[in-house]
Design a protein. Structure first.
Length: 254
């Protein structure tokens, strides 16, 4: 059976697909045609999750989660369906037939943006960082995991798409101090957070803005699943690839 593998870094992203307590780096069923692996943050973790999904025989890969805006026009909740992923001067492909099918399904319900998704090795914590990365690669948004998943898909010759909802706009970023209170899977160390609040390294107002951004992004990701299904409208793409050689052709466009 043709099955897709989904990599999500954060629990808050993964639960938009399936409402389960998912251990990090464990593959779970998220539907008849979908397997999900919670990677935790970062490219190495995402690569490990994608490779683990490949061991389970998935025929396509999805990077599913949130992203930071690099374009002033994007606001929390906007959906980014990139046409390519930029990392280290390289452009990694997205299956454009699959990506365009998703845009057709979702554009009636959500604000959908295309373009380039940039890879970042660390969270972007300032407007200057975001604008600099955007200008360097011509990207509209950035995340830390999609490039690693795209590379695994490219190496395996299987279709790939990235589905990313904007969580923070260009003009608002998570402060660097807050990162010390966040676990790799997005969970919060509340004792550390209280210490940061008491020491005024992080403000209640900042936490409120971050919560609003995540709420908007999760609402978008949930709408994607409700509209396109947990297999993300991949059926025809997988059947096409199977007919062309059991997944040996990605169906990507140059």
């Amino acid at each position: 059976m043709n099955v897709i593998g989904v990599v999500s870094a954060l629990k808050s992203e993964a639960t938009c697909i399936v409402n389960l307590r998912i251990p990090v780096c464990q593959v779970v069923n998220a539907g008849e045609r979908t397997r999900l692996c919670l990677s935790s943050m970062g490219s190495n973790a995402a690569r490990g999750a994608a490779l683990k999904l490949r061991e389970f025989g998935v025929n396509a890969l999805v990077s599913f989660g949130v992203a930071a805006a690099l374009d002033d026009k994007l606001i929390p909740g906007d959906l980014v369906l990139p046409e390519s992923i930029a990392v280290d001067g390289e452009s990694l492909p997205v299956n454009l037939e699959w990506r365009n099918r998703l845009e057709h399904l979702l554009s009636a319900h959500l604000t959908v943006t295309g373009g380039i998704l940039a890879s970042s090795e660390a969270p972007l914590t300032s407007r200057q960082e975001k604008l600099a990365l955007g200008e360097t690669v011509g990207a509209c948004a950035a995340d830390m995991e999609s490039a690693a998943v795209a590379k695994v898909a490219a190496d395996a010759g299987i279709p790939f798409v990235a589905i990313r909802a904007i969580v923070d706009p260009v003009d608002f970023s998570p402060p660097e101090a807050l990162l010390s209170a966040v676990y790799p899977d997005g969970g919060v160390d509340f004792l550390r957070l209280i210490t940061l609040l008491i020491g005024r390294s992080v403000s209640i107002k900042t936490l409120f803005h971050l919560a609003l951004g995540m709420h908007a992004a999760r609402a978008t990701l949930t709408k994607v699943v409700q509209t396109a299904g947990a297999a993300f409208a991949s059926e025809s793409i997988l059947e096409s690839c199977h007919a062309e050689g059991n997944g040996e052709s990605t169906g990507n466009s140059d």
